[in-house]
Design a protein around this ligand. Structure first.
Ligand SMILES: NC(=O)c1ccc[n+]([C@@H]2O[C@H](COP(=O)([O-])OP(=O)(O)OC[C@H]3O[C@@H](n4cnc5c(N)ncnc54)[C@H](O)[C@@H]3O)[C@@H](O)[C@H]2O)c1
Length: 432
């Protein structure tokens, strides 16, 4: 297998999070703790995972981080944007995910992360009232300001490369329109005053991709998953990926649905409810933001179960997703699933899943992996949609010719095979 030419991961890697909230601060603090040897980055494939290389009898199972030329955690410098002025320590205290004891071990470093002023539009996140916000006549001008932020962060921190990751709130549902279909149409709309088709997240993404900086979309917003941004990412040779981190309930769905299909068991209903009490829950309490999340969460089952191929098993599924804001639980979400299945001769059975999870604890390792793998993709000369990173997303991005792959284990095989290709090893089909 011919080796992909990968540039060295030399120098500093700047990681800019859009949104310095619960997920971002848990990711940042955890990475700082891990590199000091004061915490284990549980959930991170790049840090803890291994992969088989060669034939089974060769018995080669190196750690991914030893086999693949990833940036070292010590070389990461963090920064970000938020609509509130709180530094990362204050934001992490507000989020109440990690203990004060843990946060205090990296207090100085967290306090030094002062968010840059955000691009924000209240029409896109109704429940938040930002006070630390950029002003400019058009969205194009705002994009220019974000580009300058990226450039000056890079220079000030002496970074070799930058990655931008959206860890901001979920924006209201924005259906695709003509504006998103071509780059000239998008550019024109951005230059018009008050275009309501351009979300703040799109402005950050545009700035990053124009700078050749990989962009990761951790929320379900309309941000990089349309032709105009695909064209821009091809022009600037920039990797993009998204959308919506696959952490709790949807991860369970993408594990349980393949099990049902593999065994030809039927499904008649799947009722998913969530209670959570963090700021994300408050934002998702707004019907516009919930709609964006709902679309992302609903696509999974149909895609995996292929009802058109198996109408007698999956042709009549009642699928419902609910998210309820319930402040006492804070970041500790309860995701409860009632699953009505049927077996031999149609006899009904039920599965109940009650996942008492911690949202940001599940999302943080995904942020770390995505940042390191997107940086790798850039150094390997990849550009456009990184479908090999679908493993990490609820609603994996795909172009108009391909369908998304949702099955967690197929996604895992695809990702590891891409890593094997990058280092010049044979891909594995498990036949030997
Ligand atoms: N935790 C998970 O398991 C999970 C899974 C999938 C997706 N997500 C998504 O990740 C995102 C972050 O979640 P969270 O729990 O950290 O939420 P959070 O509310 O704690 O943090 C979001 C931050 O983004 C800021 N923000 C909002 N709009 C902004 C803008 N335009 N520019 C800059 N900052 C902005 C907010 O002020 C807030 O500090 C949400 O969209 C959430 O839906 C989380």
């Amino acid at each position: 297998m011919e080796k992909v030419q990968v540039k060295d991961a030399k120098g500093k890697l700047g990681v800019l999070t859009v949104g310095v909230g619960a997920v971002a601060t848990t990711f940042i603090a955890g990475t700082l703790l891990a590199r000091k040897g004061q915490g284990i980055p549980v959930g991170s494939l790049t840090q803890l995972g291994t992969m088989r290389l060669g034939k089974r009898e060769e018995n080669r199972f190196p750690k991914i981080k030893d086999a693949v030329p990833l940036a070292n955690l010590d070389d990461i410098v963090f920064g970000g944007w938020d609509i509130f002025e709180d530094n990362a320590y204050e934001a992490a205290r507000h989020a109440e995910v990690l203990t004060v004891e843990d946060l205090d071990k990296v207090k100085d470093e967290l306090e030094a992360i002062q968010p840059m002023k955000a691009v924000f539009d209240q029409d896109f996140v109704k429940r938040l009232h930002g006070t630390w916000v950029k002003q400019a006549p058009t969205k194009w001008d705002l994009k220019e300001l974000v580009r300058k932020d990226i450039q000056s962060f890079k220079e000030k921190n002496n970074c070799d490369r930058i990655v931008v990751i959206w860890c901001g709130s979920t924006e209201v549902y924005l259906p695709l329109s003509e504006v998103h279909n071509s780059l000239p149409a998008l550019q024109k709309a951005m230059k018009e005053p008050n275009s309501d088709q351009i979300s703040p997240s799109l402005i950050y993404a545009y700035a990053a991709v124009e700078e050749g900086v990989p962009f990761i979309n951790g929320a379900p917003n309309t941000t990089v998953d349309f032709p105009a941004m695909w064209d821009l990412s091809a022009q600037t040779q920039t990797p993009i990926c998204g959308k919506d981190f696959k952490t709790g309930q949807t991860m369970m769905k993408t594990v349980l649905s393949p099990m049902l299909k593999t065994r030809m068991l039927g499904l008649s209903g799947w009722f998913s409810t969530n209670i959570l009490g963090n700021r994300d829950g408050e934002v998702l309490d707004d019907p516009g933001s919930f709609k964006t999340k709902e679309v992302s969460k609903l696509s999974v089952i149909d895609n995996i179960l292929q009802p058109d191929l198996y109408p007698e098993l999956y042709g009549n599924i009642y699928h419902k997703v609910r998210i309820n804001y319930y402040p006492p639980r804070k970041d500790n979400k309860e995701g409860w699933d009632n699953i009505d299945i049927f077996g031999w001769l149609g006899y009904p059975m039920q599965l109940k899943v009650d996942f008492l999870c911690r949202d940001s604890i599940l999302a943080a390792p995904l942020c770390l992996d995505l940042v390191l793998l997107s940086d790798l993709a850039k150094r390997a000369g990849f550009s456009g949609i990184q479908s090999w990173l679908s493993f990490y997303f609820k609603s994996p991005m795909h172009d108009n010719e391909h369908i998304a792959e949702h099955d967690l284990f197929i996604q895992s095989v695809k990702m590891k095979n891409t890593l094997r290709q990058i280092i010049g090893e044979e891909t594995i089909d498990f036949m030997d």
